[in-house]
Design a protein around this ligand. Structure first.
Ligand SMILES: *Cc1c(COP(=O)(O)O)cnc(C)c1O
Length: 395
């Protein structure tokens, strides 16, 4: 892929890469090409390769170049959701192929692995990837793919991308990193040796909770051909309208992430010092088990914070129902703050025994810290903690 306007530093490329003014009228913003089909110059002679929007659409192409550029990759492919991107990855595997993956993954990723692709004879080993040795131990001759999330959803655990890239290379397996939580502004897995980066662009890249979208980016042309084939053959390509919305989001990613990170750090510190809180999970805290790796591998620590209250499930549920600015909802990465309880919401598809084995307590609360004024967010968290504590004490 020849990425248009792929120049400058991150903030500049996020705004310009893949974007060109309209040659006919100079429109500065990429138009939303709401067309299913394209006029051909002669039978089987499409103009610029455009014949049908499932296969190729100008608005989607602009976003594909944009997201590839942000990750420093050669190509990008955009899908109808993050899971549709995961689906295209897995479509390339055959029965008997083996995948080594983390044991603390997004609930939907766990579900598509266990409940969809295991039925087709693809095998998955779920291991604690925070220790690269566990990945090495799980590798088999049939291992085609190593699949990491770092930081993980919801426990914010980190895995050493460079070390695991080395292990994957030795085992002739492709390393895929789900970079949704960090975003390309904070972490670039391909620079550390990953073959493919996956994004749920529904989250920070879109940034406004108004579109569902996913992406794969990489350098290897063979992988591009394979995933583009599945994008077209299985029909998971992103539509023009959503492509436009995500592209509007990526332009301000750097600005938003700076504020998400600053706000999340302050909230994590406040939670850690609070009497009602038992444990806080945030890579920016010195108490985080992979804090040193976070400093090495990421530019900042992100906008997601998880915690457990001393009052357990009941306190956590009361907290999540008592906030004013943190809306009780799934998803993350938008400008507005959200709160949820992963075991009963985003991660309910994972059986309880597996959740517990992975260290995911039933009382866990997850915050997606938005870009509101931090004083308002802190006050909101404090009043909800107080309410949750008094409810538990009273019962
Ligand atoms: C949301 C999410 C996904 C799935 O993306 P969708 O756009 O919801 O399909 C994958 N990985 C992570 C880390 C996510 O948070």
């Amino acid at each position: 892929m020849n990425i248009r306007n792929n120049h400058g530093k991150f903030e500049t490329r996020a705004i310009h890469a893949g974007q060109t003014s309209d040659p006919q009228n100079g429109a500065v913003m990429t138009p939303i090409y709401l067309t299913s089909t394209f006029e051909q110059d002669a039978p089987a002679v499409p103009r610029d390769g455009y014949e049908y929007s499932r296969t190729k659409n100008p608005t989607r192409l602009a976003l594909e170049e944009n997201v590839a550029s942000m990750e420093g990759a050669n190509w990008g492919l955009c899908f109808a959701s993050g899971l549709s991107a995961t689906n295209a990855l897995l479509d390339s595997l055959l029965p008997g192929d083996h995948v080594v993956c983390g044991n603390d993954l997004y609930g939907g990723t766990h579900r598509i692995f266990r409940q969809v692709f295991e039925r087709y004879g693809i095998r998955f080993s779920f291991v604690d990837t925070t220790d690269a040795k566990n990945v090495a131990a799980a590798m088999e001759p049939a291992t085609k793919m190593v699949y990491l999330e770092t930081p993980t959803n919801p426990l914010l655990r980190l895995s050493d991308i460079a070390a695991i890239a080395e292990i994957s290379r030795k085992g002739k397996a492709r390393l895929i990193v789900d970079n949704t939580f960090a975003t390309p502004y904070l972490q670039n897995p391909m620079e550390l040796g990953a073959d493919v980066v996956l994004h749920s662009m529904t989250k920070y890249l879109g940034g406004h909770s108004d579109a569902v979208a996913g992406a794969l980016v990489g350098n290897d042309e063979e992988l591009f051909d394979s995933y583009a084939f599945f994008q077209n053959s299985c029909g998971g390509g992103l539509d023009a309208m959503s492509s436009f919305l995500i592209m509007r989001g990526t332009k301000t990613l750097a600005l938003r992430m700076d504020r998400h990170c600053a706000n999340a750090m302050k909230i994590a510190q406040m939670l850690e010092a609070h009497d009602a809180v038992d444990k806080v999970f945030y890579p920016g805290l010195a108490s985080h088990p992979q804090h040193e790796l976070a400093k090495r591998q990421m530019r900042d620590f992100g906008g997601m914070v998880a915690f457990e209250m001393k009052g357990g499930v009941e306190a956590g549920n009361t907290f999540a129902s008592s906030t004013r600015f943190f809306t009780l909802a799934e998803s993350l990465g938008g400008v507005e703050s959200l709160v949820e309880t992963p075991p009963s919401m985003t991660h309910a598809a994972i059986p309880a025994a597996e959740r517990h084995a992975a260290g995911l307590a039933d009382g866990l609360v997850r915050l997606s810290v938005g870009v509101e004024h931090v004083d308002d967010l802190i006050e909101d968290v404090q009043q909800a903690l107080a309410k949750a504590t008094s409810t538990v004490n009273a019962s």
